[in-house]
Design a protein around this ligand. Structure first.
Ligand code: COA
Length: 150
């Protein structure tokens, strides 16, 4: 397993990035300024992620996605661990925003993330269509955070 930083032509990975954030105009808001990582195994791309510097204290995991056929095999976890390491001492907190989806919240808790705050109606106000997950329309963005030791 190898995790590479992608510095050029990040939009070539759009098909993958849309798994984590389904509206291209939203992805384009952070893709260029973000640091992008790609996880490969056996020369095959499994997982992508984008991290942004929001300010001197805060980095944000903006996009995390594993191709559906490779999900639940540990690739997403390996990427989250890599990003936590990447952020170590660079900032006070790494945050991640997600819909109100218990599976995803539990996924992040496993690495030590805890609840930070909620942005009411984020999905309604920022996306041009309803975002449905597990048969439920997402409305609020739930932010979780982890201490990065700066
Ligand atoms: C979330 C995501 C990145 C996880 O990637 P992954 O490669 O499957 O991650 P891992 O295999 O390391 O871990 C999967 C864990 O996530 C949780 N999880 C993810 N999807 C789940 C689901 N549909 N049902 C139950 N648990 C789920 C479980 O805790 C699971 O662990 P387990 O398999 O040991 O039970 C992947 O499911 C994905 O791309 N989802 C769609 C995009 C998305 O929601 N991104 C997160 C935005 S914040």
């Amino acid at each position: 397993m190898e995790i590479m930083e992608i510095t050029e032509n990040k939009d070539q990975y759009m098909e993958y990035l849309l798994i984590g954030d389904e509206q291209e105009s939203m992805v384009m808001k952070y893709l260029e300024r973000g640091t992008m990582f790609a996880l490969y195994e056996d020369f095959d791309l499994k997982t992508v992620a984008v991290v942004t510097k929001e300010n001197n204290d805060t980095y944000e995991l903006k996009n995390l996605a594993t191709l559906e056929i490779y999900q639940r095999k540990g690739y997403g976890s390996a990427m989250v661990k890599h990003i936590i390491q990447y952020c170590n001492k660079k900032c006070k907190n790494l945050i991640v925003g997600t819909g109100d989806n218990e599976n995803i919240l539990i996924f992040y808790e496993k690495f030590g993330f805890s609840y930070s705050h909620t942005v009411k109606d984020f999905y309604i106000n920022n996306y041009d269509h309803a975002i449905i997950e597990n048969g439920k329309q997402l409305k609020d963005m739930i932010y979780m955070k982890i201490d990065c030791g700066k």
